[in-house]
Design a binder for this molecule. Structure first.
Ligand SMILES: CC(=O)[C@@H](O)[C@H](O)COP(=O)(O)O
Ligand SMILES: NCC(=O)COP(=O)(O)O
Length: 248
């Protein structure tokens, strides 16, 4: 199975929020992305709503339900009570839990599963009880995977930020890919699905997928939105789908 692409709309929302105007529309860009063959849409409604607003979620849910019923909605966030209530009101196909502090400028680490597995277990159960697939953000560390599996989650999402940062250092990129590959293989051996995300691009995706072809899904926003300014959203989604190994 080729790796699926979920388009993260955070950066589109960030651009929209610069003015008190409704464009660019996250729903309109989400429609273009899905129409171009993206498997799903991802949003990360942070507590300060710096980009994705809680009010964006119902319209994106409606878009998928009405026009793209085979596509998936993936909502990322820290599992606060407010986030869990918000997620349950929208019923996404996938929830991706991240350990972000509200003050963080972006996501920059995964959960410490060894320390937090017992706290995460009931949260995972609650979300799965509402029909969601649960993915949890993880650092590329094979030793954390057995503890991740103990949470009962369906997948881990490997944090690829350090790999993305090696865009100008081939040796460092090789090291990061090997860490990601070893972690992914350990996760698969424990029955976990594997997603990946953060600072992925058309250039750095193929080596990652070659190292670990069983990657279920990548969620991409920043680099994809940057390319969309140059190539348009539809062509950019096609470019990223090809980089995922899909025939487009
Ligand atoms: C979890 C992850 O790596 C990203 O999906 C995250 O949502 C990026 O957040 P910002 O778009 O706020 O930087
Ligand atoms: N989970 C990663 C994601 O959704 C988007 O990350 P980025 O491509 O904006 O770095």
């Amino acid at each position: 199975m080729p790796t699926e692409l979920s388009v993260n709309l955070n950066a589109v929302a960030m651009l929209r929020n610069r003015r008190d105007l409704p464009w660019p529309s996250v729903t309109a860009l989400g429609r273009i992305a899905l129409d171009a063959g993206a498997h799903g849409l991802t949003v990360h409604p942070r507590p300060d709503q710096r980009h994705i607003r809680f009010s964006d979620l119902p319209a994106l849910r409606q878009l998928i339900d009405d026009e793209f019923p085979l596509s998936e909605f993936n909502i990322e966030g820290y599992p606060s009570d407010e986030f869990l209530d918000l997620v349950e009101s929208v019923a996404p196909e996938q929830v991706t839990l991240v350990p972000d502090d509200p003050s963080q400028p972006t996501s920059d680490h995964g959960f410490d599963f060894r320390a937090e597995k017992d706290r995460l277990k009931p949260i995972v159960e609650r979300l799965k009880g509402h029909g969601a697939r649960v993915s949890i953000f993880a650092d590329p560390d094979p030793e954390q995977m057995e503890f991740a599996a103990e949470t009962g989650c369906d997948r881990v999402e490997l944090y690829t930020g350090p790999y993305g940062a090696t865009f100008d250092d081939e040796e460092a990129a090789r090291r990061e890919i090997e860490k990601l590959g070893a972690t992914a293989e350990r996760a698969r051996s424990l029955g976990l699905g594997v997603n990946a995300g953060h600072d992925l691009t058309v250039a750095n995706l193929p080596p990652l997928i070659t190292r670990f072809p069983d990657l279920a899904e990548v969620s991409i926003g920043h680099g994809l939105t940057a390319d969309a300014l140059e190539y348009g959203m539809a062509e950019t989604v096609r470019r990223f789908r090809r980089a995922c190994g899909q025939t487009v």
